[in-house]
Design a protein around this ligand. Structure first.
Ligand SMILES: Nc1ncnc2c1ncn2[C@@H]1O[C@H](COP(=O)(O)OP(=O)(O)OP(=O)(O)O)[C@@H](O)[C@H]1O
Ligand SMILES: [Mg+2]
Length: 314
């Protein structure tokens, strides 16, 4: 009689139908669900650091790149892991609160839901890139007109980080993640060569780094890579555990002012304030989502929401 799994070598196995179904992760319904499974895979691979680059193209296509410094995937299994039931967790399913995992189905479901899903680098670091058409595979936060769209992805990350803080989790645009990879020496620049030599070898070094980034799924222009190398692009920050990413209303906003006159601020003034803040935001690769100006007796309270743009500026 056939056992519950078939040994594929190198620690891999293919689970047979019933055993797979028993351990099956819940059906993937959204980009957020897919991201959660990718994070879980990186964590289970023993990653110390996980880097998530997200960007949205044409306000429709979500690109997600998950990079980790975990144990990696043997080269010959890079395609096989997308087949149903293929897993290394057959002998030791993972229990992380909910139902046990290890059915070898997440990547299979992700590939089915995505336009593309690929292991771009199998180890040191491992990089998986997925592209979702959010018109056919929804992303919850894109259904809101007012919230910057990646806030819900951030909520997934913050929630994940809060359950198990044993690794460092970074999130940002591809250019910010690239800057972080350089800062963390996951990708190295040959600085000495760049500093002392002529323009042509600097250009070569930029192309070399650009190629390495591209190999990890981070597609950047030469100009952006130049900026990253020269330190102009802020590196992606750590995700704050449990931080959410939604808007926290200040508890003080309804406090009465100090008493005094009320400043009149016209529409033109407001437009100028907005322009100044947007300029400031853009110079640090951010954008301004909205501003609120509250006029109270004796004071003006300005609240500006900034976020990382989805489309990288060139
Ligand atoms: N980031 C990663 N690093 C190393 N190996 C990975 C990574 N992601 C996936 N794998 C390998 O690919 C296999 C298949 O992954 P997949 O998510 O499809 O299934 P699973 O994690 O085994 O089970 P589940 O269906 O519960 O997620 C994993 O068992 C693991 O061996
Ligand atoms: Mg998995």
């Amino acid at each position: 009689m056939e056992g519950p799994y078939r040994d594929l070598g190198a620690g891999f196995a293919r689970l047979a139908g019933t055993e797979g179904a028993r351990r099956s992760p819940r059906h993937l319904r959204s980009v957020e669900d897919a991201l959660h499974e990718l994070l879980r895979n990186s964590r289970d691979a023993g990653a110390n650091s996980i880097y998530v680059a997200s960007s949205l193209k044409e306000r429709r296509y979500r690109h997600l790149v998950v990079i980790d410094d975990g144990s990696g995937i043997p080269d010959v299994y890079r395609h096989l892991v997308f087949e149903p039931g293929v897993t290394t967790r057959h002998l030791d399913p993972v229990h992380d609160g909910g139902s046990p995992h290890g059915a070898g189905l997440s990547l299979y479901h992700i590939k089915n839901a995505a336009l593309t899903a690929e292991i771009l680098s199998t180890s040191s670091p491992t990089a998986i890139k997925t592209v979702f058409d959010t018109y056919t595979f929804p992303e919850k936060s894109l259904q809101s007109d007012t919230r910057p769209s990646n806030t819900n992805l951030l909520a997934v990350l913050a929630n994940f980080a809060s359950h198990d803080p044993s690794y460092l989790l970074y999130h940002g645009s591809p250019s910010r993640i690239a800057a972080r990879l350089l800062q963390n020496h996951i990708i190295q620049t040959r600085r000495a060569a760049g500093r002392n030599s002529k323009g042509s070898s600097i250009a070569k070094e930029i192309e070399r780094v650009r190629g390495e980034m591209e190999g990890l799924g981070l597609e950047l222009s030469s100009r952006t890579v130049r900026r990253i190398i020269s330190g102009e692009v802020p590196a992606a920050e750590l995700v704050v555990a449990g931080g959410g990413g939604g808007r926290a209303k200040s508890k003080n906003t309804r406090r009465n002012g100090t008493g005094g006159p009320i400043l009149s601020v016209g529409a033109e003034d407001l437009a100028e304030i907005r322009a100044v803040l947007r300029r400031a935001a853009r110079s640090s690769y951010l954008d301004l989502a909205e501003i609120e100006l509250e006029r109270r007796p004796g004071e003006v309270v300005l609240r500006a929401l900034v976020y990382e743009p989805e489309e990288a500026y060139e």
